[in-house]
Write a protein of this length. Structure first.
Length: 76
């Protein structure tokens, strides 16, 4: 097995985990009462870019996972 290929697969899966982290943190900041000591507008200002960045990471992770796991081995 090619080491670079394994490296790319591991980081593709790590990128997917980070997508859930960004979505989760953005959701918790905006909709949870856990951070009541921070004003609601500030939580929305911080949480919205996290969710948008999570969408961006989801699209790029999808592309990388598609390349690394579902491409044919003839390209190598």
């Amino acid at each position: 097995m090619n080491t670079k290929n394994l490296y790319d697969k591991v980081f593709s899966v790590f990128g997917l985990v980070m997508v859930f982290f960004y979505f989760g943190l953005g959701y918790i900041l905006i909709f949870s009462d856990y951070f009541n000591y921070i004003d609601k507008p500030l939580r929305v200002i911080i949480g919205t870019p996290l969710i948008i960045y999570g969408i961006y990471r989801a699209l790029t992770s999808y592309k990388k996972i598609k390349e690394n796991f579902f491409s044919s081995d003839e390209d190598e």
